[in-house]
Write a protein that binds this ligand. Structure first.
Ligand SMILES: [Mg+2]
Length: 228
């Protein structure tokens, strides 16, 4: 009974908490650099080892084009066609190196905000990511994980904006800060969130989306801001 009341109280508090800001963080190469590899065997027996995000995207784009797939994320379609795609490195957090220019911002939870990790990794990887956050001193109980599982991040963020509509017909979300390394995901978010006529009417007049792209140069990282 006590637990039930606690949960109820939490629910009530959450519902009335005036959330106006969403902070959305990608994981791989945004919060941490990891040594994750993707190993692929094509139906014709040829193999490829993709050692970073760029190689992964190039291989997936080229193979999707060759096979006539136009899904945002080609992995599931390729598996159905007989490609063996070993993503097991992405079910753990392998040899992580913290990207401090991002985690220093993430640790500091501003008022009236909600913080998310949004990753294209599959669902079973969320546990290890949350454990890693606690290891580097980020309170994971204040972070909500979302695995997009092949769906476009732009579509997911557009849906989040429409989740709660205030009496004036506008979203409660006035500000989004989105941290990401992938240019493909950033282009998608610009298209689906900034230039999307379908959500234009529910964006508050002062709505602002700031994209903070993580740029790696040698061993160091910096943030480059892209406005909506
Ligand atoms: Mg990434």
């Amino acid at each position: 009974m006590k637990l039930l009341l606690e949960n109820w109280r939490k629910f009530i508090a959450e519902d009335y908490e005036p959330v106006t800001t969403l902070r959305i963080f990608d994981f791989d190469e945004t919060i941490a650099h990891t040594r994750s590899e993707t190993r692929v065997t094509a139906p014709d027996g040829s193999t490829a080892t993709l050692t970073n995000q760029q190689e992964f995207e190039e291989y997936m784009n080229a193979t999707a084009a060759k096979e006539g797939i136009d899904a945002f994320d080609a992995v599931d379609s390729l598996v159905e066609m007989g490609y063996k795609i070993d993503l097991s490195d992405f079910s753990i957090v392998k040899d992580p190196e913290e990207i401090k220019v991002v985690t220093d911002i993430m640790k500091d939870f501003p008022p009236n905000s909600r913080t998310f990790i949004m990753t294209a990794r599959r669902g079973q990887s969320l546990g290890p990511i949350m454990e890693y956050l606690d290891e580097i001193g980020i309170d994971s109980s204040k972070v909500r994980p979302i695995a997009t599982q092949g769906e476009s991040k732009g579509d997911v963020i557009a849906t989040m904006i429409g989740n709660k509509i205030m009496p004036d017909g506008k979203s409660n979300v006035h500000k989004i800060e989105y941290f990401e390394d992938s240019t493909k995901n950033i282009q998608d978010v610009l298209e689906k969130v900034c230039r999307n006529p379908k959500i234009k009417d529910i964006k508050p007049d002062d709505f602002v989306l700031t994209i903070r792209q993580v740029i790696q140069k040698g061993d160091s990282y910096r943030l480059q801001d892209i406005e909506c």
